[in-house]
Design a protein around this ligand. Sequence first.
Ligand code: CIR
Length: 253
Amino acid sequence: MFQIAIVRTPCEEMIHGITSASLGKPDYKLALKQHAAYVDALRSCGLDVTVLEPDSRFPDSTFVEDVALCTSRFAVLTNPGAPSRNGEKTEMASVLSTFFTHVESINTPGTLDAGDVMMVGDHFYIGISERTNDEGAAQLIAILESHGMSGEGVPLKEMLHLKTGLSYLENNHLLVFGEFCKHHAFSDFNKIEVDEDEAYAANSLWINDTVLVPSGFPTSLRKIKQAGFRTLEVDVSEFRKLDGGLSCLSLRF
Ligand code: CIR
């Protein structure tokens, strides 16, 4: 179960964030409203949410998930692979030190975005992507092993981040899309497959037995409900315009 979440309010400069989507620029006012509703959803799942101030130096800084990996015992400050985002880690280092006594870090030449890291109990799947390199994954695996945990790399072909196309919903349930549906690393999970036209819903978020699902993906919502989960729809359309999803907007531990 998670107890705490950390989020960062988007800054006005978010409209200049990195994107591969052709959905237009985010509407900042609407993004603020959606972010507040997201925080309410986290709180309704029992989390104590710390809301950090907007940081106008970094347009993508609302996507806090990428800058740290938090476990119940320690945190890892990452080394984000996009140059315009790398400086987010300095600010995050001081935030983590208020919550954790053990903070490890990924160091150059290793790069790692924690959007590429999926936790399944004490085992972590690490996407090797345009943001996370082999060296970054190897450093994270060494850190995990030093804490009695484990990790394995999963090379990505099409997705931005591992969790763009995969979400672990606990109790062996895995929400899965595209290149991951037939991937051997995930063959033992109870897979809930996301349809091509609902790909964005593959980034849904398990929080204490409720699954947050992005609004507007009825088939995926139905499948998640059928698997026995309580669900909560959350509209994050303005973050989608920057390739961000529900998990990207928070750190949970
Ligand atoms: C980026 O490209 O870094 C941001 N525009 C979106 C980050 C999304 N984060 C995530 O998938 N964990």
